[in-house]
Design a protein around this ligand. Structure first.
Ligand SMILES: [Mg+2]
Length: 258
């Protein structure tokens, strides 16, 4: 298959693409192993900023999906990189889980709950009213406002739950402020991955199940794309979106075409 020959790096979305609710999709461990043996590099790419790189690596390793040479890249990691580039030395009010706050600190970001220069909203599954009130207060002062990703909802085995996009809508109502968003479908994360892997965007392929984040992201970045029908999108709903993937597969195990 031509696409497979041209691609050096596959960016793999997680839920709906390599696993579904914690179970690998079909023979995914063997599929990924075969790609590695062909010299393809694999980067697990997620907008979900509620967990750290390490937590995702452990989760993927438990499922037999993570292999030598693979990388995990989250929207939180992209946000750390963005802060260092655009707001070097700034103090950050970060709304995030404790583990992700620690990941930002380890990444060299100075956190401040009192006098920040910049505010960042990650997917904080431990969000409290005290944190909401404090962020809203800083936003009203006009502090720059970043969000790790725009997803309105996050899939769970029990149905969708509110994600960062829903909280952004709340802050827009309360403070009148909108955030600059880092994760998919915006192109910053694509630039970061291209630099991290030393690979031209035309030799990178995004594989995902969501048209408005994964496939839009690939098109925004000038990357190739594979839509998999193992998650959110069906053959019937593909046409509802303006973007077109290079390839549509029932699931990613079909990538070899045999
Ligand atoms: Mg997905």
């Amino acid at each position: 298959m031509k696409l497979l020959d041209e691609i050096e790096v596959f960016l793999l979305d997680l839920d709906g693409t390599v696993y579904l609710g914690g179970t690998p999709i079909g023979p995914m461990p063997a599929t990924l192993k075969r790609l590695r043996s062909m010299g393809k590099r694999l980067v697990f790419l997620t907008n979900n900023s509620s967990k750290t790189e390490e937590e995702y690596r452990e989760k993927l390793t438990r499922m037999g999906l993570f292999g030598a040479g693979d990388l995990v890249y989250t929207s939180a990691m992209a946000t750390i990189s963005y802060l260092k580039e655009r707001y070097a030395g700034a103090k950050v009010y970060l709304v995030a889980t404790d583990a992700v706050r620690e990941e930002f600190r380890r990444g060299g970001i100075a956190l401040s709950d009192d006098g920040p220069d910049v505010c960042v909203l990650a997917y904080d599954t431990t969000l409290t009213f005290a944190k909401i009130k404090r962020l809203d207060f800083f936003l009203r002062q006009g502090k720059p406002f970043l969000a790790t990703h725009p997803d309105d909802v996050c899939p769970t085995p029990y149905g969708a739950m509110p994600d960062v996009g829903s909280f952004l809508a709340m802050f827009e109502r309360s403070s009148g402020r909108t955030a600059s968003v880092i994760g998919k479908p915006y192109s910053y994360m694509g630039e970061a991955i291209s630099r991290l892997t030393g690979t031209k965007k035309g030799a990178i392929c995004m594989v995902g199940d969501r048209m408005h984040t994964d496939i839009r992201f690939a098109n925004n970045c000038g990357m190739r794309s594979v839509l998999v029908l193992s998650g959110e999108t069906t053959r019937e709903t593909v046409g509802n979106f303006p973007d077109r993937p290079d390839l549509i597969l029932d699931d990613f195990n079909q990538i070899f075409g045999d």
